[in-house]
Design a protein around this ligand. Structure first.
Ligand SMILES: C[S@@+](CC[C@H](N)C(=O)[O-])C[C@H]1O[C@@H](n2cnc3c(N)ncnc32)[C@H](O)[C@@H]1O
Length: 190
C-alpha cells in the first residue's frame, strides 16, 4: 500500500512541508511518495520524508485500476474493503474554506479511470486526511472516530486564527502538528 501526495503548487511552502512531515510519520517513510515536486531544492528536502518525483501523476503510468483518489467531491466513502487497492492519492493542497473543488480540478479530472472516495463531508488538512484514510483502511469506521471543528489557535493577546477544518481527536488530544502551531504563533504565514 502506497500513499501518494500529488503536490499542487510550484513551491513547497513551509506550512505544506510541516504537513508532509506529519504524513510521513503517519504512514511511514517507506510507504509515501511525493509527486509533482518541481524544484530541485524541494525534492532534496522531501527526500528525507519519502520517495520524491518531479513528474506529476498525470504524466506517469500509474495502474489506474489499482488507484484510489481521495477527493471530497467523491460520491462514495472510503471503507476498509478498499485496502485491496494499491495506491491512495491525496492532494498536496493547502485547505480553503469554502472548498473550491481543487482536488477534482487539479487531480481527479486528469486521472480518469481511477476510483474516487471521500472521507466524509468535512475537509481535512492533507496530513489529517492521510491519518483518517490509514485508520479506515486499518478497519476503524469514520462514524466511530472523534473530530472537532474548527481549531482555534490563539496567536496573540486579542488575536486568534480559526482553522475551519475537521481535526481528529485521538486519546483525548487534537491531532495537529506542534511544529505547525509554533509556526503559526510565530506568524510566519505561508
Ligand atoms: C486541505 S484538502 C484540500 C481540499 C481542497 N480545498 C478541495 O477543494 O478539494 C487536502 C487533501 O486532503 C484530502 N481530503 C481532505 N478532506 C477530504 C475529504 N473529506 N474527503 C476526501 N479527501 C479529503 C484530499 O486528497 C485533498 O486534496
Amino acid at each position: 500500500m502506497k500513499f501518494i501526495i500529488e503536490h499542487c503548487d510550484e513551491k513547497v511552502w513551509e506550512w505544506a512541508y510541516i504537513e508532509y512531515k506529519m504524513c510521513s510519520e503517519h504512514i511511514g517513510k517507506e510507504n509515501i511518495i511525493f509527486s509533482n515536486i518541481k524544484r530541485k531544492s524541494d525534492r532534496e528536502k522531501l527526500s528525507k520524508l519519502g520517495e520524491v518525483h518531479k513528474e506529476s501523476l498525470a504524466d506517469v503510468n500509474l495502474p489506474k485500476q489499482k488507484t484510489i483518489i481521495l477527493d471530497p467531491e467523491a460520491k462514495k466513502e472510503l471503507t476498509p474493503s478498499d485496502i485491496k487497492y494499491e495506491y491512495f492519492v491525496f492532494g498536496g493542497i493547502l485547505g480553503d474554506y469554502p472548498m473550491r473543488k481543487r482536488t477534482k480540478k487539479m487531480i481527479t479530472s486528469k486521472m480518469k479511470g481511477c476510483k474516487i472516495r471521500n472521507l466524509g463531508k468535512e475537509q481535512f488538512s492533507t496530513d489529517n486526511a492521510v491519518f483518517v484514510a490509514k485508520e479506515i483502511l486499518n478497519g476503524n469506521k469514520l462514524k466511530n472516530m472523534k473530530f472537532i471543528k474548527p481549531l482555534i489557535i490563539k496567536t496573540g493577546k486579542n488575536e486568534e486564527l480559526i482553522l475551519n477544518f475537521s481535526y481528529p481527536v485521538v486519546n483525548g488530544k487534537v491531532l495537529v502538528s506542534k511544529e505547525l502551531i509554533k509556526y503559526i504563533k510565530e506568524d510566519k504565514g505561508f
